[in-house]
Ligand binder design. Structure first.
Ligand SMILES: *Cc1c(COP(=O)(O)O)cnc(C)c1O
Length: 390
């Protein structure tokens, strides 16, 4: 083991793949052209590489390159998808449906639409974190403009039934957007097979660089979107601003590698995850898994340890980088809206940790982490018992 903590926080961000970094470097250096400069070779080279990247991104989700719009990340893609479509749609469709466990950037975009006069339904989820399709069906109508449901939850890793949601949307003529930041390159996605109209991606969740992402927008039939930014009209007018060529090119390479490895990687990570769980469940008897075990990406576990404060636990684990609740909101002491939504009891809300495995996780790290967590939990239990006796 090196001195660096073992990284088990792959839902917060993934380390950049060295192959991605290598592909990016020349574009920070001698190949510095603006991809929108059409008058010289610097610009042409950057443009060509950016368009190749766009092809790789599209291929990973079964889309066409002209359906991919670069953004600064999934936050911006979600804002553009949710606010951009609803603001541009005909006034007789003024209803939006989302769910309680969405990422804050979707929930806050919906809240802004409410302030603008639109109606938003926030669907609850079941105890396993999954959407109840009957509830969804019941709230949909010919007034529904957009349904935005995430593909994979960033805290508890559960996979929503995207194909079924899409077909319910089709029946009432509503658009279907999915925040797929945690899903792309982790599970097979085909926007056509699944019937997805808009889909958000983040490069730094799939071993690419931070600061770039994309929104997939179906081209046929055409979807009207009001842009968030006014400017030079790049990205077919949807997203003004210079596309950051080095980041876009790295993002493309990350998608190319992701597509190549997707099933083998999922298999390898599932084995590691199962070894970890077996070790934990073998030594601790009252651990609770949050979120469905089957309908879940392999690289995520969310575990509650009754009577153990997650902050105390992590303080005893300086050699492991993991997260309590969600790292995606800045106030770490607030209880997780996701755990609350799946009905985790109040006294257990601060007892949960999120463990994320990924491409660079190896077996000995998993064993080490499980051993450390077990020891820390047992010692904290002893402290609690001694305290209770006195
Ligand atoms: C990380 C994440 C985001 C935000 O992505 P950025 O690219 O960091 O803006 C949005 N949704 C989900 C589900 C995420 O995991």
């Amino acid at each position: 083991m090196t001195d660096e903590p073992v990284y088990l926080d792959y839902q917060a961000t993934t380390p950049i793949d060295p192959r991605v970094r290598d592909v990016m470097l020349p574009w920070f250096d001698e190949m510095f052209g603006n991809p929108h400069s059409s008058d010289h070779a610097y610009g042409w080279a950057a443009e060509q590489a950016v368009e190749e990247a766009r092809i790789h991104i599209a291929e990973l989700i079964g889309a066409k390159p002209n359906e991919i719009t670069f953004t600064s990340g999934a936050t911006e893609a979600n804002n553009l998808a949710v606010k951009g479509t609803v603001r541009a749609i005909t006034p007789d469709r003024n209803h939006v449906v989302t769910c309680a466990t969405e990422h804050k950037c979707v929930l806050e975009s919906c809240a802004r639409l409410e302030r603008e006069g639109f109606t938003v339904t926030y669907l609850p989820v079941e105890k396993n974190g999954l959407l109840d399709l009957e509830l969804l069906e019941n709230v949909l109508s010919d007034r529904t403009a957009l349904v935005s449901i995430m593909a994979v939850n960033n805290e508890i890793g559960v996979i929503q039934p995207l194909t079924e949601i899409a077909s319910l949307c089709t029946r009432v003529g509503a658009l279907f957007h999915t925040d797929a930041a945690q899903a792309v390159a982790k599970m097979p996605i085909d926007v056509n097979v699944m019937g997805i109209d808009l889909l958000s991606i983040s490069a730094h969740k799939l071993y690419g660089p931070m600061g770039i992402g994309a929104l997939y927008v179906r081209q046929k039939p055409k979807i009207e979107i009001e842009p968030l930014l006014d400017g030079g009209g790049q990205e077919r007018g949807l997203r003004s601003g210079t596309v950051p060529a080095p980041l876009a090119i790295g993002f493309g390479e990350a998608c190319r590698i992701g597509l190549e490895n997707i099933s083998e990687e999922a298999h390898r990570i599932t084995l590691l995850r199962d070894q970890f769980l077996a070790q934990i469940f073998g030594s601790l008897d009252d651990v609770k898994l949050n979120g469905d075990l089957e309908k879940r990406i392999p690289g995520n576990l969310n575990l509650s340890f009754p009577d153990i404060d997650a902050q105390d636990l992590m303080m005893r684990l300086p050699s492991i980088a993991l997260s309590s609740g969600s790292a995606c909101t800045t106030s770490s002491v607030a209880s997780s809206h996701v755990l609350q939504s799946i009905g985790v009891e109040k006294r257990l809300l601060h007892n949960a940790i999120r463990i994320g495995f990924g491409r660079f996780t190896v077996e000995k790290e998993v064993h080490f982490a499980a051993k450390e967590i077990i020891q820390a939990v047992l010692s904290l239990k002893n402290v609690t018992q001694i305290y209770e006796k006195n």
